[in-house]
Design a binder for this molecule. Structure first.
Ligand code: URA
Length: 242
């Protein structure tokens, strides 16, 4: 995928994007041996970029969606010897890290990448990136309890922002309620604590969506690279497309 030169320089750690723009305007940057002074110029991953005739380090960016199973920690190593995300990623072409975390017993969508800028932007609270979960609880959850989640509930670290709640099913035989919740904050164990608050502790929790990304095509424990369109749409949502 082609990217603006200032973004390429920033991603390679040369300077912030703003400073990279000044470096470009000052004529210190060459692409494939030719000076480039335009800020809008875009280049692909194979372009040979130098600053003051020194090549910049361009690490290929990779982006994977991973379907984390329950009973796996969202880290690359675990002192307690539990299964980690790294146990599933041997075949990936470069080192990646998980963006955000899911609890040990939560399953679902984790984005894995070596793109620090995108990762930071997804996690930054000001960007309000939506994350959707399917929640299973025991009992029939009354509408007024779901309304509390819709309005916001008081947790020890603050009141939660309004959540989008969709009641999906009540299973009479098992006496369980399944609902979807979409939030844009990233408080620790947020969904579990919200459900504790209304008196319906989580039995099963699955994250099925982050922004435009879904688990489509994946089984538990599998990873797949993001399609170009998925990545482009994600960058647009989080504002790293410029
Ligand atoms: N909320 C939780 O409670 N747990 C997770 O893993 C993710 C969101």
């Amino acid at each position: 995928m082609e990217e603006r030169l200032q973004k390429i320089l920033a991603a390679a750690g040369v300077a912030s994007r703003r400073v990279a723009e000044k470096i470009i305007l000052s004529g210190r940057v060459k692409v494939n041996g030719k000076p480039v002074k335009e800020l809008g110029a875009k280049f692909g991953p194979k372009a040979f970029v130098t600053v003051d005739d020194k090549p910049i380090k361009r690490e290929g960016k990779i982006y994977y969606i991973f379907y984390k199973p329950r009973g796996v920690v969202t880290t690359l190593s675990d002192p307690q010897g539990r299964k980690t995300v790294a146990d599933y990623l041997d075949s990936l072409p470069a080192r990646v890290f998980p963006v955000g975390r899911l609890d040990y017993n939560t399953e679902g969508l984790l984005l894995l990448t070596n793109d620090g800028l995108l990762a930071q932007s997804i996690m930054h609270p000001k960007n309000e990136i939506k994350k959707s979960y399917r929640v299973l609880v025991v009992g029939l959850v009354p509408q007024e309890k779901l309304d509390l989640l819709r309005i916001g509930v008081k947790l020890e670290d603050g009141v939660t922002a309004p959540a989008i709640i969709d009641l999906l099913a009540y299973d009479h035989d098992k006496n369980t309620t399944l609902f979807a919740i979409t939030i844009h904050e990233g408080k620790n164990r947020q969904v579990r604590r919200m459900c504790d608050y209304i008196g319906f502790p989580v039995r099963q929790l699955l994250r099925y969506k982050i922004a435009n990304l879904t688990l489509n095509g994946l089984k538990r424990g599998q990873a797949r690279p993001l399609a170009e369109e998925e990545l482009a749409a994600l960058q647009k949502v989080v504002g790293t497309d410029e």
